[in-house]
Design a protein around this ligand. Structure first.
Ligand SMILES: Cc1cc2nc3c(=O)[nH]c(=O)nc-3n(C[C@H](O)[C@H](O)[C@H](O)COP(=O)(O)OP(=O)(O)OC[C@H]3O[C@@H](n4cnc5c(N)ncnc54)[C@H](O)[C@@H]3O)c2cc1C
Length: 763
């Protein structure tokens, strides 16, 4: 006891006083944001010594029979009802039968429990539905996604009063109410807490009675489903200048459930988000009065809005956009592989050119990775975790890698994907890329500020407790807690140093791998980087303190390492869960090599720029005695992966499963592509025969007796199918431009008009 008190007074106290000065105090709002969600696998990664067995033991994502039936039935049916091109070009909204169908089948109530009339689906099912619908139509998937994320169904489930749940949830589940969530306003985008939307506590008229309530004034923009919403989850700053509630003037960010029919609310105008015509627009409120029981969660939840949003986002960000991104990446993989096989230039399928193989391999690898990470994340959510740091990683990396996939797919398709029209199956995906990048926490902010910033506090084994101790208003208690945590932290740093040293100096050959997993060398490399990351994170935090928040470039790179460790772990787990498919080894190898390249670049970036040079030197010496470098994938590996997308194999199915491929449409560009792909592959032996005989023209080959009449006809069918895919749309001039329509008048009438114009001029 006495030794401890000597340590506390002689050693800890000066450190405590110094740290309290360099660390910024944690405000109540920050405390709530930090406390939102849970720590899961991110905690293991931050420890520097993740227990890989724990990751492997986690049950994989699975659908129940009922969920599978929904996927096979209503989901496919919905996909078959949407014509993305017609929607963009003519309708600019989902047709009424589609809205009705989504309501009737409860697409808007997937996450609402059955006892409230919803479907009560798992997070896995929610994700699978969004993924498949997104493969058919971005607009339909966004429309399904929003009510099932922020909602405000999710908020009601977690924070609503029982009365509110009983009223609203059944109405949201069957689509009687269309919800939207209004957080963003012109002044407050990324910095949502800067909103100027206010609610003043005062007495007002409500249903003929004078009651205490809130007078709202707001201007929200970019709100998805806003133009057609019947109820809005509204975030605003609540003030009580006359202290009616006895809690002071500034009550903080609060969320209300606001029917859009309430007097003073106006909505209905639409934004056009990159010509992707889901419902999106502004909402205005002028002196709108609501009673206090319209506040989500009632009076008890006044001022808790920020915590609510952070909690809902902690789960939501791991589902919606990662699922959409997974769909987009898989569509890119499937279509681009097929197109690269059927499209020939210089008499060679373009997918055989090495220049094409590089981006094609990247598409395949990213599609595998995004889906691996998505499945792992939704499985964790199904286990009850709400990992805010992991969901930030997912939001950023799934959308960024999806962007890479789409851009690569566009490049490989060339003009075919640029010319818009019903034959273009990539246009919508390309147009909607920036939407995924921006919504639910814009990506630059998420990478630079949130992943490591939030992770360092939330997922680090000691940091949060230390920070809370430093800002404890009871200084004695703070010092006591700090003393205990700080010295445990010091012990942790030494243990991490030792691990990083052994793993670093052995080049990653000594280090833990799960007991029974394949490819132990990959797991060992991850173990190596995890310990080096924990060491570097601690030195960065120690030497930069609160300034790390401003040093975004350093924070971003540390976040990149953390993210890569998560994503690569998910890749290795997927390989195990899918039964170690031999053909997938190449893709796993490729991802691991590319991942190590990224990790090495991020380590180098931090070590080269860390202001405390002694710390950078020490970390290099301990963890990277031979320098920070990583191998590059060989050209052969790249080529192998690219070619797997150009063959009709179970592996291709595994890589891009459960997509909507136009099977319910009479005409659909993906149907044409799949058909042409199959025909081209089936005709390979005939092509080979011709090549061996040095003949390129089928007619000449038939005349020379190299191929039979039947084979000649088969080739003609192939050509027809390929031509149908390679073709792009062209429209009559008048259909594209009203100006052209005006000028193209029948000559007689035009002449008559000219004459009358001349006569008028003369007069
Ligand atoms: C199609 C669409 C649908 C949407 N749906 C909804 C909805 O339903 N409900 C809703 O409330 N909102 C919605 N939003 C709003 C969305 O969440 C915001 O657009 C987003 O939060 C970013 O805000 P901003 O567009 O004002 O960009 P800004 O905040 O102005 O950001 C501009 C850039 O600065 C970067 N940045 C900002 N701060 C930092 C920082 N500290 N460090 C580094 N970089 C930083 C951002 O990453 C971004 O790149 C939607 C937006 C769009 C476009």
């Amino acid at each position: 006891m006495s030794l401890r008190s000597i340590r506390r007074d002689m050693l800890t106290r000066p450190i405590f006083n110094w740290a309290a000065k360099i660390m910024p105090p944690i405000s109540e709002t920050e405390r709530e944001a930090i406390a939102a969600g849970t720590v899961w696998w991110d905690g293991e990664l931050f420890s520097g010594d993740p227990d890989w067995n724990r990751l492997l033991e986690m049950p994989p994502a699975r659908l129940s029979e009922e969920e599978q039936a929904f996927m096979d039935g209503p989901v496919r049916e919905l996909c078959g009802m949407v014509d993305d091109w017609k929607l963009a070009w003519e309708d600019r909204d989902l047709p009424k039968p589609v809205w009705d169908f989504m309501r009737e089948k409860k697409f808007f109530g997937m996450i609402i429990p059955k006892k409230y009339g919803g479907l009560g689906f798992s997070n896995t099912a929610h994700s699978e539905v969004v993924r498949t619908v997104a493969s058919a139509s971005v607009v339909a998937s966004v429309s399904v996604m929003v009510p099932n994320s922020l909602g405000p169904g999710e908020l009601l489930l977690h924070f609503g009063t029982e009365e509110q749940r009983e009223y609203w949830l059944p109405r949201l589940a069957d689509g009687r109410e269309i919800p939207c969530f209004g957080l963003t306003s012109p002044d407050a985008g990324s910095d949502a807490a800067a909103m100027r939307d206010t609610g003043i506590v005062e007495y007002g008229e409500w249903e003929g009675e004078r009651v205490l309530g809130v007078r709202l004034n707001f201007h929200k923009r970019y709100i998805t489903l806003g133009p057609i919403a019947t109820v809005m989850g509204l975030a605003f700053k609540m003030y009580d200048p006359q202290n009616h509630l006895g809690r002071g003037e500034d009550l903080g960010i609060t969320v209300a459930l606001l029917p859009t029919s309430t007097p003073g609310v106006s909505h209905g105008e639409r934004h056009i988000p990159q010509y992707t015509f889901f419902q999106n627009g502004p909402l205005y409120g002028k002196d709108v009065f609501i009673p206090l029981d319209r506040i989500l969660g009632g009076e008890e939840q006044i001022g808790k809005g920020w915590k609510m949003l952070m909690t809902a986002l902690a789960a939501g960000r791991g589902i919606s956009l990662p699922s959409q991104s997974a769909a987009s990446a898989a569509v890119c993989a499937r279509t681009t592989g097929a197109y690269a096989r059927i499209r020939t230039q210089f008499d060679v399928p373009i997918g055989l050119f090495e220049g094409i193989q590089r981006p094609l391999a990247d598409i395949a690898a990213n599609a595998y990775l995004i889906d691996a990470a998505r499945r792992l994340t939704v499985a964790a959510l199904d286990e009850g975790h709400k990992p805010s740091v992991i969901s930030a990683i997912m939001k950023y990396h799934a959308t960024e890698r999806m962007r890479d996939c789409v851009v690569n797919a566009m490049d490989i398709h060339g003009g075919k994907a640029i010319i818009d029209g019903p034959k273009n199956y990539l246009g919508t995906a390309y147009r909607s890329v920036p939407i995924g990048i921006t919504v639910e926490g814009a990506n630059i902010l998420t990478r630079n500020l949130m992943i490591f910033g939030q992770g360092a506090i939330r997922s680090h084994p000691y940091m949060l407790e230390e920070l809370l101790a430093l800002s404890d208003s009871d200084k004695r208690r703070g010092l006591e807690t700090f003393d205990r945590t700080f010295w445990a932290h010091v012990g942790h740093v030494f243990a991490t140093m030792w691990r990083a040293f052994v793993r670093g100096w052995s080049g990653g050959n000594i280090g833990p791998a799960p007991d029974s997993a394949a490819m132990p060398h990959h797991w060992k490399q991850l173990s190596r980087y995890a310990s080096a990351f924990a060491l570097l994170a601690d030195f960065s935090l120690l030497t930069l303190g609160g300034a790390l928040k401003r040093r975004e470039m350093i924070s971003a790179r540390l976040g990149d390492i953390l993210a890569e460790l998560y994503l690569l772990g998910a890749v290795l787990k997927r390989f195990e869960v899918e039964g170690r498919q031999e053909e997938d080894r190449a893709i796993v190898d490729y991802l691991m090599i590319k991942g190590r390249e990224r990790i090495a670049a991020a380590f180098s970036g931090v070590l080269d720029n860390l202001p405390a040079r002694w710390a950078a030197f020490l970390v290099r010496l301990i963890a990277f005695p031979a320098g920070v470098s990583a191998p590059m994938p060989s050209d052969r590996l790249v080529s192998r992966i690219a070619q797997m997308l150009m063959k009709d194999t179970p592996q291709r199915e595994r890589l891009a499963p459960d997509l909507y491929l136009g099977e319910r449409h009479k005409e659909h560009p993906l149907k044409d592509l799949e058909e042409a792909f199959r025909l081209v592959l089936a005709a390979e032996p005939i092509e080979k025969k011709m090549r061996e005989n040095g003949i390129r023209d089928p007619q000449a080959a038939r005349e020379a007796g190299v191929i039979s009449e039947a084979e000649f006809r088969q080739l003609a069918k192939v050509k027809e199918a390929v031509d149908r895919v390679v073709a792009v749309d062209a429209f009559p001039m008048e259909e594209i431009s009203p100006i052209a329509a005006q000028h193209r008048q029948p000559p007689k009438r035009a002449a008559r008009r000219k004459m009358s114009v001349r006569r008028e001029a003369a007069e």
